[in-house]
Design a protein around this ligand. Structure first.
Ligand code: GLY
Length: 281
């Protein structure tokens, strides 16, 4: 089977006005999708989605890892999840602080029975497996926080979906949240609404976490593909259901049949795919 891979960098702007930021994100996505695809050629899907998301977390243009949004109390809390479609194992960290790559902490949890950890206990686990202290704050995010500017809020969750040469699917998603949120708020990214995979399909979401959870988006799309819909039909039906409450979401996905698909409820989600060459938007 020919491997396939798609990544997203969230919504570049709700107003659609900042072309420079959009171009910078597209260039970053193009480079990351090429590096990630090279990885996928000789690694399993589940390892590749973690690798791809770690590269996105390390790029400060996106709202995940370095460059995460700051919450209303001035702290950064990040969430990330990974799901292996072959084993149906989901692992995640919710509201973790002071680590460089939340997705790698989530990936480690795939090997534990207690595979979704939150807050200080997630951090204790990370330190216990040797993850070092890292401050993900950037000057840009601090300035936005000081100015109470929401211009880039909710716009840069990242994710990756991959299908490897053995036909195995996986998804990973990482976020700094929506910015200025109440401490204790839970993002969709480390739930099955924001990140889900099985043997039939894998999906990663971006957008407003509350809307994505209300729509059970990733799990619903994957379930619909499992029950026989095409990936496109499943995505359109599921995002269509968000219209009732003007839900804000974008998805990327791949099915076991090799369909590769992206869809957003509002313009513009930035994404890049690699199946026969690179495509970006
Ligand atoms: N989708 C990211 C969040 O709402 O936290």
């Amino acid at each position: 089977m020919k491997p396939k891979l798609i990544i997203h960098g969230g919504f570049f702007s709700e107003s659609g006005t900042n072309d420079d930021v959009k171009r910078a994100k597209q260039n970053a996505l193009r480079e990351i999708v090429e590096r990630s695809y090279a990885h996928l050629e000789n690694h399993p899907a589940v390892e590749t989605v973690a690798y791809a998301v770690s590269l996105l977390e390390d790029c400060d243009l996106f709202n995940a890892g370095t460059g995460s949004q700051i919450q209303s109390d001035g702290k950064i809390r990040m969430s990330a999840a990974i799901m292996d479609g072959t084993t149906s194992k989901f692992a995640g960290v919710i509201n973790i602080e002071d680590v460089r790559n939340p997705v790698y902490v989530a990936q480690s949890l795939l090997h534990y029975e207690d595979s979704v950890l939150g807050g200080p206990e997630a951090l204790s686990f990370a330190r216990g497996i040797g993850v070092e202290h890292y401050n993900p704050e950037t000057a840009q995010r601090r300035q936005e926080f000081e100015e109470k500017s929401a211009a880039t809020a909710r716009t840069g969750t990242v994710g990756c979906v991959a299908l490897d040469a053995n036909g195995c699917l996986a998804a990973a998603t990482s976020t700094g949240g929506k910015g200025f949120e109440m401490p204790g708020r839970i993002s969709d990214s480390a739930t099955v609404a924001g990140n889900y995979a099985n043997a039939f399909a894998a999906v990663s979401c971006t957008g407003v976490g509350e809307d994505i959870v209300s729509g059970a988006v990733a799990a619903k799309i994957v379930t619909r593909v499992t029950d026989g819909l095409s990936l496109g039909e499943a995505a359109r039906k599921t995002l269509g259901e968000l219209k009732a409450f003007d839900g804000f979401a974008g998805i990327i996905g791949i099915s076991a049949r090799g369909e590769i698909y992206h869809l957003d409820s509002h313009k513009y989600m930035v994404w890049a795919a690699f199946s026969s060459g690179v495509e970006t938007f």
